[in-house]
Design a protein around this ligand. Structure first.
Ligand code: DAR
Length: 311
């Protein structure tokens, strides 16, 4: 059984390389391959671990032999799942490893934007002391937190929000109730949230789920937190609203290219470079989850499957 790690692992200490090597002939590539190189590598393997490479239908059409992919991510927008399925490839992902990390980062971002922490830090480094007026904070206790998506990460966010004394409402696709989150229709979520936090995967159906129209339904005093893919939001519309005071603030862990320079210039925005998942505990849990995925596939009962070949 040949297993490749296709592209530059963020974290793969030697002990874990050895553990993966117990599962088969395990080869790690430490670069980020172009599509041709990626297709060639995948065609020499039975199973692959993928972190960065976009696996679109064109690339997958060039892949032979490969039967299994586990993404190291919980997100799965970088792979064309139906193309993989059509080529007889089982695709799994890692939905669990980062739930607590992302939930905690949601609050790191929310507190940073509510207390203008980045600007305050800069002010102190420039000599400020007991400077109050630019830094009037917004209390979280008693405000309404709206969760768009009520899965595992949102549930962890709701648990933390309980400690802050926030009222938590949420919307999901199916209308199912989740403990700790009061279910509401989307239009009420937009209308009632003081803080709106996104917790759903990017798919063709969720791209721009926060469209210009939906953003316009938010309270002008609201704050948006996004620890998911930037493309869930119509970023150009968001920037316009933040710039002219139709939305109070935003805290974003992922950006798109749309109007990004103007976004970077706004001072009611806090940004982080895709690090919501990246904690000491989560990166270890990520390795355990990838290992579990491979192990369960090899044992004939694949876990965390996104698509499996039909028939
Ligand atoms: N968007 C997050 C982060 C993935 C980063 N890389 C990892 N896990 N090695 C996700 O899990 O989808």
């Amino acid at each position: 059984m040949k297993i490749v790690h296709l592209d530059e692992p963020t974290y793969l200490p030697e002990v874990w390389r050895l553990r993966f090597a117990e599962l088969g002939d395990f080869e790690v590539f430490d670069d980020r391959p172009d599509p041709r190189t990626a297709a060639a590598r995948l065609s020499c393997a039975d199973a692959a671990v993928v972190e960065w490479t976009k696996l679109d239908a064109d690339l997958l059409a060039k892949v032979s032999r490969l039967r299994y992919i586990t993404l190291v991510t919980s997100s799965f927008d970088m792979i064309d799942l139906s193309a993989a399925q059509a080529r007889g490839i089982t695709v799994a992902h890692c939905p669990d490893y980062s739930c607590q990390a992302v939930a905690e980062h949601t609050f790191a971002l929310l507190l940073a934007v509510s207390r203008r922490l980045v600007a305050a830090d800069i002010a102190v480094r420039q000599g400020a002391s007991h400077l109050y007026r630019p830094f009037l904070g917004r209390q979280l206790r008693g405000v309404t937190l709206g969760l768009l998506g009520t899965g595992r990460i949102a549930t962890a966010v709701a648990r933390i929000a309980g400690g802050f004394g926030m009222r938590v409402i949420g919307t999901n696709r199916t209308g199912t109730a989740v403990p700790g989150i009061t279910p509401v229709p989307l239009k009420d979520l937009l209308r009632c949230s003081d803080v709106l936090s996104l917790h759903l995967p990017l798919t063709p159906a969720t791209r721009h789920i926060l469209s210009a129209d939906r953003l316009a339904a938010l309270r002008p005093t609201a704050v948006l937190v996004n620890t998911c893919r930037g493309s869930l939001v119509d970023q150009a519309a968001l920037v316009g609203m933040l710039a002219d005071g139709r939305l109070a603030g935003a805290a974003l862990d992922d950006l798109t290219e749309d109007d990004v320079d103007r976004l970077r210039s706004l001072d009611n925005v806090v940004l982080s470079p895709g690090i919501a998942w990246y904690t000491d505990v989560a990166r270890m849990a990520n390795l355990a989850e990838i290992h579990h995925n491979l192990h369960s596939y090899l044992a004939g009962r694949p876990a965390n499957v996104l698509v499996a070949p039909v028939g």
